[in-house]
Design a protein around this ligand. Sequence first.
Ligand code: ZN
Ligand code: ZN
Length: 474
Amino acid sequence: MRTEDHLERRRHVERVADDRGAADVLVAQELLDARSSGPFDPAGGVAHRTSGVTPEGLRRVVHEAFDARREIEDRAVDEARPRVGRHRDGNGRSRLGEEPDGDHGGKAYDARVPTALVLEAPRSLVPREFPVPEVGDDDGLLRVEACGLCGTDHEQFTGELHPGWPFVPGHETVGVVEAVGARAAQRWGVRSGDRVAVEVFMSCRACDACRAGAYRRCVRHGIREMYGFVPADRAPGLWGGYAQYQYLAPDSLLLPVPEVLDPVVATAFNPLGAGIRWAVTVPQTPAGSVVAVLGPGIRGLSAVAALREHGAGFVMATGCGERDRPRLDLARTFGADLTVDVARDDPVKALRGATGALADVVVDVTAKAPGALGQAVALARTGGTVVVAGTRGATETPGFNPDLVVYKELRILGALGVDAPAYRAALELLASERYPFADLPRRVVGFDGVGSLLAAMAGDTATGPPPVHGVFRP
Ligand SMILES: [Zn+2]
Ligand SMILES: [Zn+2]
């Protein structure tokens, strides 16, 4: 191919990619803004069933964006990408466990082949071996120690949230930096051997969204490059935590994990970060407040701990029915002053009875509980704040009286996702051991057990009751 043709072709691909990127951003924006009925990851995932955007449409846009991006990158590698900083030993294999400027007489990679679980289709998790990624100046490789599992994971597994391509799931990863380039080490403030947690989103650090801290809307990455969602056939394939190794791309975001923290417990950085952001930061909860937390799952328990830590005056936690009974007992150990099973008791009466008042702040972190919004509005005092962070998976809201929003002049705030400051605070709070996260009822599984654990989390009773905390450990 003549050089001009090549350049023209490349310009064309870049234009296409720009267009696709723009389309992708619009879709992402719509998903994040509309969030009308879809399942989503309260800790940072993205809805798929939203009015006006079909899963097929989203898949097509994202697929095309991937293809265009890949084409650019392939060419860029061929034509321009400097090879400096790549380390290979005499056999052409990458070296691990060394920093690029380190002593090359150190240990060479011993030809281990990282294994990962690829979700090839709903309910089909298949082990696959991947080539060891080359580590250059700007990227790195993580040895996965543990990966937390949440609602997104089981919805991907059952197909509710499957993107339509094979991928390595897992987006709540904690591990040890196995190899890192010099520039990346400086940017992330890490060295080989450091334990870190990996943010689900990447950030270009340059676009408006990234500069504003809203990097889940990054124009360069956004939803295309969420960990636990990227196609397995996109090099180097290791884009998720269900694996021995996870690739650390140049725009990944890493969080330092305090030395004392067990990696399995550290995976709670994700739900606890959510608890901090949704119960404290988003509603700007004043110290001394009366707060109601709806939903006693790991995010509800985390919200209770975050509120206690923040100095809330009174914290009530609610659950619904038999399954939530032990979780409400747990909520007490996380600092709840009052727990209510709404299947038996009226939470409004209970809160009034205990405090003589209604809640300054209500935090709804329920899952698939259509009646929760009505309860939240009923529980809020005049001038109070309601944070809606749970999803119902339905548009019906039984018991919701919109007029109460007017009469009480309520602030109703949606909360989606977590940010780095909340994650950092979460990791510090976990390390303080002031709340019993280490003792949470949890199921820790290896490669063989992930499928049945995800099925249990999705409500498949044949595989046992869902644990409060599910964790994969390779
Ligand atoms: Zn998650
Ligand atoms: Zn960006």
